[in-house]
Design a binder for this molecule. Structure first.
Ligand SMILES: *Cc1c(COP(=O)(O)O)cnc(C)c1O
Ligand code: SF4
Length: 341
């Protein structure tokens, strides 16, 4: 009787814990007016926020919001998520599918551009909507396969023995539930030539509670080598909860890397980039890529010129050890890899 009570109690607790990140996601701030109100921004910001929101929905979870400074419209975290009227302004060269991904899909949910690795769109949604995102116009509704619909993609991977690495992407792949992800990993494990699983995600940063026992269960027990590429643009994104989440991932054997996007008004200074690398290493994450902005319609106000980007990185190199230097790259459609600048 006592045992039963204990079991009932434990499973209720486990249930509550496992729903925490989902609850946080469902309670994210999606109304731009609320975002402005919460951060005590004056009404001038609100008009633009409504216009930007109509183009790409606002989504900011509380855990991310809590790291922003109220009353500062230039806060580097806020800049990444606050919709602006400027997003409606057309800019030459800024288009809806800058990476021409629409042409690179051999099967539903699969993008195969580079030798040896293929990318699976494991979830159509994200935990945060980043205004500079190159997928802000992505037709996600067509790309969230069910189990049956994954078969073509899995067959494709099975038949191409050159593919050693499967990459979960999205959207944010960790917005999918763990049952679905564990199933997909199981399918990949059954393909002998696949040895690595890489996950590109922002969720452990945006909602650190996403790194829960259910996630660590499948991630920590797979035969595949596991790499997680986080997406962090500013040192202030890394608080103690993020550091704890990273420690849990590392204990489960996951190698942690980071990619950033160079963004006007967010991290376009040597000091900001230096602080980011230093803070990443506090969480034992190594910098991987620093991307120049993909020219996606609605994001031109984030653009930093190539020359300025090169100058910033040259100066950064004088301040950091080599292992804390991200590689400055651009993605050019049709090229066989990312292109160094
Ligand atoms: C960026 C990308 C990759 C990974 O490239 P790496 O240089 O290995 O990080 C793989 N597939 C696609 C489609 C990509 O866009
Ligand atoms: S795909 Fe990444 S960059 Fe784009 S909105 Fe989602 S989390 Fe942000």
């Amino acid at each position: 009787m006592q045992d039963n009570t204990l079991i009932a109690h434990e499973s209720a607790e486990a249930l509550a814990a496992s729903s925490t990140w989902q609850r946080q996601l469902s309670q994210a701030v999606r109304d731009p007016a609320e975002l402005c109100r919460r951060l005590a921004l004056d009404d001038a910001w609100l008009a633009g926020a409504g216009a930007g929101d109509a183009l790409f929905a606002t989504c900011v979870p509380e855990a991310f919001l809590s790291r922003m400074a109220p009353g500062n419209p230039g806060d580097p975290l806020l800049r990444q998520v606050l919709p602006l009227g400027e997003e409606a302004r057309a800019a030459p060269g800024f288009v809806t599918d800058p990476l021409a991904e629409a042409e690179q899909r051999p099967a539903q949910g699969l993008i195969h551009k580079y030798r040896g690795r293929a990318l699976l769109i494991a979830s159509p949604t994200c935990a945060v909507n980043c205004r500079y995102c190159f997928r802000r116009h992505f037709p996600y509704a067509d790309n969230a396969p069910s189990r049956a619909q994954w078969q073509d993609a899995l067959d494709y991977l099975r038949e191409d023995a050159s593919i050693r690495e499967a990459i979960f992407s999205g959207g944010d792949p960790l917005a999918a539930n763990d049952k679905q992800l564990a199933w997909l990993v199981g399918e990949l494990e059954s393909i002998r030539h696949i040895k690595r699983l890489r996950i590109h995600t922002r969720l452990p940063v945006v909602i650190p509670d996403r790194v829960d026992d259910a996630l660590l269960g499948w991630l920590g027990s797979t035969r595949l080598q596991t790499v997680m590429v986080l997406h962090i643009n500013h040192a202030k994104e890394i608080d103690s909860a993020v550091i704890d989440a990273c420690a849990r991932l590392q204990r489960a054997g996951v190698t942690l890397l980071n990619q950033s996007v160079l963004l006007r008004g967010v991290n376009d200074s040597v000091a900001a980039l230096e602080a980011l690398s230093e803070r990443l290493f506090d969480a034992r994450i190594l910098p991987y890529y620093l991307h120049v902005l993909d020219p996606v319609a609605g994001a031109a106000h984030f653009d930093v010129s190539d020359n300025e980007a090169r100058e910033l990185v040259d100066k950064l190199r004088e301040r950091l050890p080599g292992f804390l230097m991200p590689r400055l790259v651009r993605e050019i459609p049709g090229e066989p890899s990312k292109t160094p600048l």
